[in-house]
Design a binder for this molecule. Structure first.
Ligand SMILES: Cc1cc2nc3c(=O)[nH]c(=O)nc-3n(C[C@H](O)[C@H](O)[C@H](O)COP(=O)(O)OP(=O)(O)OC[C@H]3O[C@@H](n4cnc5c(N)ncnc54)[C@H](O)[C@@H]3O)c2cc1C
Length: 374
């Protein structure tokens, strides 16, 4: 049976970042992905926003890794010619009643270490974005957008150049603890099963992360690792209206744990609205056209130029949430499962937003864990 030092399951943006950072120092590293290429699930079905890190509770990994990841991402983009734009973001209040919520967000953001936040007046909002309606806004200059495909390509190349093997079209089906590591069973694209052993196993399988943890023998209900699917849908803005807002424009958060339907400008200077998030039982990426009215009603108060007929169904993605409907926000789980009797097994579960922004910092975080084991 073949033996390797480190195996990573999942070539999304997080698994690729980890692979690029652990593939060093003559380690034998393998990344296994069930699809024929990288980033075919959540990592290519998101807003591609470089978040600043203001929304998350103080002390959460989500806050720390997002704030660190934001700085790292801009540097990586600049040094490696990965397309990005630091658009900045406005979180708008449309009524005076919402202004205290923005003040709370400002304080939360400062506590999380986000720099250069400011509350700005309606007049200043008008100077920055003349077509939107707001009585005040939280200005977040460090937010932006990124070409996430190019980021993943960069990490794939870096991992390979550092000696990692990336095996596409292979699905991890079984995990068995053996002396000094794990025996991993994989089905290849022809349906053949093969086995290899690994000293360290890193679960970065996104929507499957709960199931993979279960395959390693963890009681995922007791551990709080069961994934709930929460779909996020987008509508595209047509009718020439995409030019009427340059920045990321977000509403005051409608409820805890949700940022609300916002503008999502892209690097081709087009614009989507979304995501509209709701829990689902199955993975299905269809966009429900009947939600057009809901999108319209949500954004009309701050994007008065939008008309119902401007909105066309676009894409969707699925958030791998560990909080069930109505439960408070939970943190990323990134943990070495030594205490559960699984030394060398590193679990990443519930890597929802801001997972893209946090991805470089998650890679460094996991690399430190690996260095402590190997
Ligand atoms: C609607 C939406 C909007 C978002 N917007 C943003 C945003 O603007 N900014 C931001 O920072 N974050 C955002 N996110 C979050 C971000 O997209 C995710 O956190 C990130 O993409 C997670 O990456 P990942 O590598 O963990 O997971 P994934 O991209 O899901 O990758 C996991 C991989 O594991 C593979 N896999 C699963 N099981 C197996 C198996 N058994 N064997 C082999 N391979 C397997 C899958 O095929 C997949 O390729 C958003 C998410 C959604 C859903």
């Amino acid at each position: 049976m073949e033996t390797t030092d480190i195996t990573i399951i999942g070539a999304g943006v997080v698994g690729l970042s980890i692979a690029s950072q652990v593939a060093q120092k003559n380690r034998n590293v393998v990344l296994v992905e069930r699809h024929s290429g990288f980033g075919q699930e959540t990592s290519s079905r998101n807003s591609e926003v470089i978040h600043a890190g203001i929304y998350y509770p103080e002390g959460f990994l989500k806050a720390k890794l997002c704030v660190a990841g934001n700085i790292m991402l801009y540097r990586i983009c600049q040094e490696n010619k990965i397309p990005y734009k630091q658009t900045g973001k406005l979180i708008v209040a449309v009524t005076e009643k919402q202004v205290p919520d923005l003040e709370d967000l400002l304080e939360k953001g400062k506590r999380n270490g986000v720099e250069n936040l400011s509350l700005i007046s309606s007049k200043k909002v008008g100077e920055l974005e003349p077509h939107i309606t707001a009585c005040a806004a939280l200005f977040v200059p460090s937010a932006g957008i990124i070409d996430s495909h190019r980021l993943m390509k960069f990490w794939e190349t870096k991992a390979k150049d550092s000696g990692a093997s990336i095996i596409y079209g292979c699905e991890v089906k079984s995990i068995e603890k053996i002396s000094g590591g794990y025996r991993v069973g994989v089905n290849d694209s022809s349906g053949e099963t093969f086995f290899f052993s690994t000293r360290i196993l890193i679960n970065s399988s996104g929507l499957e992360s709960g199931n993979i943890a279960a395959r390693a023998g963890i009681d995922i209900d007791e551990a709080g690792y069961r994934i709930s699917y929460c779909k996020g849908e987008y509508f595209r803005v047509g009718g020439g209206k995409h030019k009427l807002a340059q920045r990321l424009i977000y509403p005051t958060p409608p409820k805890p744990g949700f940022v609300g339907i916002h503008t999502v400008p892209d690097l081709q200077e087009m614009m989507k609205l979304g995501p509209y998030d709701y829990y689902v039982d199955k993975i299905n990426y269809d966009v429900d056209e009947t939600n057009r009215e809901l999108f319209y009603r949500s954004v009309k108060p701050f994007l008065p130029f939008i008309e119902l007929e401007d909105l066309k169904p676009d894409t969707s993605g699925i958030h791998p949430k560990i909080q069930k409907p109505g439960e408070p926000i939970k943190d990323f789980i990134i943990t070495h499962e030594e205490k559960r009797g699984l030394p060398g097994f590193i679990n990443l579960v519930g890597i929802e937003s801001p997972g893209l922004t946090s991805s470089p910092a998650i890679g460094s975080y996991v690399e430190k864990m690996v260095a402590g084991i190997i």
